[in-house]
Design a protein around this ligand. Structure first.
Ligand code: SF4
Length: 456
């Protein structure tokens, strides 16, 4: 008789894509823990492998497909191995995934991740996506308060405040994969964050595709004000904001609420109003600049980061020049820039005048080179300043140093031995680099002023 090792059961989760997906993986990890699994970093040791997929760009999809391909031989060696495909590709392709990859047991979309435990207990195979329900599955509203979550970090936590998106940007699959926008009740969010504070978490990042269109009886500003009053939480961040919905009230919240950090991720996508129209973004370059200008004037020192897509269909040399001009005008603290990636089912996928890949690559390189200069310049301006740093732990890149982040979300590595994760330290910035800052060394400890904000 074959004697397969069944206990302790191990789960391997491979996450592709955005913070929304990473947080969804934390929820899946919590569910798997409840089902008796422990997490492993080695897929070959796993009893279940979960791929939490992303379809926002072709590259992420290709990467997933090659990882999935490797599981064929694993399944042959270990027939009891269960393979699950979750996330946006699962939602889009449903049963097709099992048809083309018979080693896959379960497929479920982002709105059905709470059913992972049910699927495992029911055996396999199963498909649960928004538009391809199986058996008695009905699309159930996710209530995060009911879900177990295994968080990766003990200091900083992601909290979903809404799901889906109604914007239908012409290049984006999210409204098709994550469904229409749905806000979580404010009370449920407040309760989750109150519990996080009691558990010692210091920072929360509110997650949604378009957080500033959050809808409830108190609105997004009201939600921020409520969370700001929670004892124990020191910092509040939120991502992603849509420039069209970015209101005066939100600027006031960032300015007035002590725990709301002075950092905003505000995706511009292009500096050309013509291209923005083609993208269906709902604002012009001038609208964006007016808002960015207000932010910079009202909140001195605020860090603004953005997303840029280069080579959108019909993008001309002049459109590209407008984007370069926008980078110089706003002086973003950082950008995420990508070549346009045609996604099946979106309006942009069938647009004419595709930009050749070599041109996209050239434009992307120019954008990244310019931004590198700007980021360094902005970081250099912090040399000699004192920054409030929330300590995360030992530095992974700078051995023997402590790492943390400023309120503007910049990484600081510094020496010191009197601090522990979750504390807030005032750190003097002595050197700036493109991707991080260096704080004053512990040899000059007397020059470090620690604010003792230890766990209460
Ligand atoms: S706002 Fe646009 S880019 Fe963002 S998720 Fe919604 S449709 Fe996609």
């Amino acid at each position: 008789m074959l004697n397969f090792k069944m206990t302790p059961k191990k789960a391997y989760i491979h996450t592709f894509g955005c913070q929304m997906n990473m947080h969804d993986s934390e929820k899946m990890a919590g569910i798997l823990l409840n089902e008796g699994y422990t997490l492993t970093d080695a897929p070959q040791d796993a009893d279940i492998i979960v791929f939490n997929t992303c379809s926002i760009r072709q590259k992420a999809e290709q990467k997933f497909r090659s990882e999935l391909g490797r599981t064929k031989s694993l399944k042959k060696e270990k027939p009891f191995l269960r393979i699950a495909v979750a996330g946006c590709i699962a939602q889009q392709q449903g049963r097709g995934i099992i048809k083309n990859n018979p080693q896959v047991d379960y497929v479920f979309g982002p709105q059905n991740l709470q059913r992972l435990g049910d699927m495992i207990r029911a055996g396999g195979p199963g498909v649960l996506t928004g538009d391809i329900p199986v058996g008695d599955s009905t699309l159930r509203e996710i209530s995060d308060s009911d879900l177990p979550v295994l968080r990766k970090d003990a200091i900083r936590a992601w909290v979903s405040i809404m799901y889906g998106c109604n914007n239908f940007c012409s290049y984006c699959v999210v409204p098709y994969t994550r469904g229409r926008e749905k806000s979580r009740p404010a009370g449920s969010i407040y309760e989750e964050i109150r519990k996080l504070a009691s558990a010692g978490f210091k920072e929360v990042t509110l997650l949604g595709q378009n957080v500033n269109s959050y809808k409830s009886e108190i609105g997004f500003g009201g939600l921020l004000r409520q969370i700001d009053a929670i004892e124990g939480i020191e910092r509040i961040r939120f991502v992603t904001s849509h420039p069209r919905d970015f209101s005066e009230d939100l600027i006031e919240c960032i300015k007035e609420l002590p725990k709301v950090c002075e950092h905003i991720h505000l995706p511009l996508q292009s500096g050309s109003s013509r291209i923005l129209k083609g993208m269906n973004r709902g604002y012009t370059y001038e609208d964006y600049m007016r808002k960015a200008d207000k932010l910079i004037k009202k909140i001195p020192g605020i860090a603004i980061t953005t997303d840029i897509i280069t080579g959108f269909p019909s993008e001309t040399v002049d459109d590209h020049a407008s984007t370069m001009m926008a980078l110089r005008a706003v002086e973003f603290d950082g950008i995420f820039a990508f070549k346009f990636s045609s996604r099946p089912g979106t309006k942009a996928a069938v647009m004419d005048e595709k930009v050749p890949d070599s041109v996209k690559s050239q434009r992307l390189a120019e954008i990244l080179e310019l931004q590198d200069e700007i980021t360094l310049k902005k970081n250099k301006a912090l040399e000699g300043t004192m920054q409030e740093v929330l300590i995360e732990g030992a530095s992974k890149t700078d051995k023997g140093k402590i790492t943390g982040r400023t309120r503007t979300n910049k990484i600081v590595n510094f020496s010191g031995n009197k601090v522990s994760p979750g504390q807030i330290a005032d750190v003097s910035i002595v050197k700036a680099m493109r991707h991080s800052l260096v704080g004053i060394d512990s040899q000059r400890e007397e020059e470090l002023m620690f604010k003792d904000k230890d766990f209460r």
